[in-house]
Design a protein around this ligand. Structure first.
Ligand SMILES: [Fe+2]
Length: 211
């Protein structure tokens, strides 16, 4: 099995969500081998992403969730690479608002896999930040979009975000991963499941029905 290559592309931009301008820097992840990659998210500017792809075949452009800063160049990147752009159906309502001129090429579903050369990324549905938020696991690495950051969960104050739901997703789907699992989020620095776990255990204790 050939070595897994991971390129992190940091891209600054902004978006307007329901009248509020948000400036942000996104991590776009290019993951795969010397021959084939999956691109995780399509943020702000296709050019540096295409540069990181460096001529390799793109098997999929996988969108972690439908907020505009994660898909606002999905159309340009899809056109430039010819790769299918995929999003979870539960965030299709965001896609239709922010990418109205193009339809997604397919759906991400829990337990599905994406191929990146000899490696496989597994889709983990982690609703809460948005209904269709997903993470992607490959080997001892998980790409978390806006579900987990270093130091806290993603915001849940946007339409159809829900705090108990994100905490349940993290507890039931991410904290069960080995503690040494590396977390590569959609914004900011990377971390590890075991480093973040104590914080989320505190949140989970607040959930209704927790002992
Ligand atoms: Fe988001």
């Amino acid at each position: 099995m050939s070595h897994l290559h991971i390129n992190r592309v940091e891209i600054a931009g902004f978006f307007v969500l329901y009248g509020q301008r948000v400036d942000c820097i996104n991590n776009v992840w290019v993951v795969g081998t010397e021959d084939e990659v999956v691109v995780i998210d399509a943020s702000h500017d296709a050019a540096p992403i295409i540069e990181a792809i460096a001529g390799r075949t793109v098997s999929a452009i996988a969108i972690t969730h439908g907020h505009p800063d994660h898909l606002n160049v999905a159309d340009a990147l899809g056109d430039a690479t010819g790769a299918p752009v995929l999003i979870h159906p539960d965030d299709r309502f965001f896609w239709d608002e922010f990418q109205p001129d193009r339809v997604p090429d397919g759906a991400l579903r829990d337990g599905g896999t994406l191929s990146a050369g000899t490696h496989r990324l597994t889709v983990i549905h982690t609703p809460g930040h948005s209904p269709g938020s997903v993470c992607f696991r490959v080997d001892d690495i998980v790409f978390t979009g806006d579900t987990i950051f270093q130091g806290g969960p993603g915001a849940t104050d946007r339409p159809r975000g829900d705090f108990p739901t994100i905490i349940s997703s993290i507890r039931d789907r991410l904290l069960v991963l080995p503690s040494q699992t590396v977390v590569h989020p959609g914004h900011g620095p990377s971390t590890q499941i075991g480093v973040e776990e104590p914080l989320y255990r505190q949140f989970a204790d607040l959930l209704p029905g927790s002992a």
